[in-house]
Design a protein around this ligand. Structure first.
Ligand code: FES
Ligand code: FES
Length: 185
């Protein structure tokens, strides 16, 4: 029997020591906001926080967690930084299919908790392990900047062809062509 500290609550789980934390969260406790993607620490979909640091729960044996505080997407909004990140995600309309986004938000929140005003290079480095098949990377970066600065940024929807050309990718759909800073008032 293990006692885990998850989103501020103590949970008892009777699981094998080598069960990955992701399995415990999703299948035993029922916190299904954290997603399974690759299972080999390559995509970031399963990202949660351990004492505030982003970790890949798909490869972390639950017995290695100890008494560290586990935070999942269900609990990240309880912190001020997590709340700002979630609000910016909504304001920028980052999400496309959504599958990767729990992990993206967890990595972004861990970044801003340690680096409140990250440079583009720091954002790219912190987020490089989180893969998005929908290609929402430009909006993710802008949402992180909005969460960090509080500036309001306005997403603009443009045709697919122009989006692909401007973003330098062949990702279809909506793109974040440009942002217009609004007056705070
Ligand atoms: S599911 Fe854990 S990194 Fe992909
Ligand atoms: S929003 Fe679809 S994989 Fe990222």
């Amino acid at each position: 029997m293990l006692i885990l500290n998850i989103n501020g609550e103590r949970k008892s789980v009777d699981v094998p020591d080598d069960m990955p934390l992701l399995w415990v969260l999703r299948d035993v406790i029922g916190l299904t906001g954290t997603k399974f993607g690759c299972g080999i620490a390559q995509c970031g979909a399963c990202t949660v926080h351990l004492d505030g640091l982003a970790v890949r729960s798909c490869v972390l044996p639950v017995s290695a967690v100890g008494d560290k505080a586990i935070t999942t997407i269900e609990g990240v909004g309880a912190s001020e930084v997590g709340r700002k990140v979630q609000q910016a995600w909504l304001a920028i309309e980052v999400v496309q299919c959504g599958y990767c986004q729990s992990g993206q938000i967890m990595s972004a929140t861990a970044l801003l908790a340690g680096t409140p005003a990250p440079s583009d290079a720091q954002i790219d480095a912190a987020m490089s392990g989180n893969i998005c098949r929908c290609g929402t990377y430009v909006r993710i970066r802008e949402a992180i900047k909005q969460a960090a600065t509080g500036r309001k940024l306005v997403p603009q929807t443009i045709p697919n062809e122009a989006a692909a050309a401007s973003s330098g990718t062949d990702a279809p759909g909506q793109a974040f062509l440009s942002v217009r800073q609004e007056d705070a008032a």
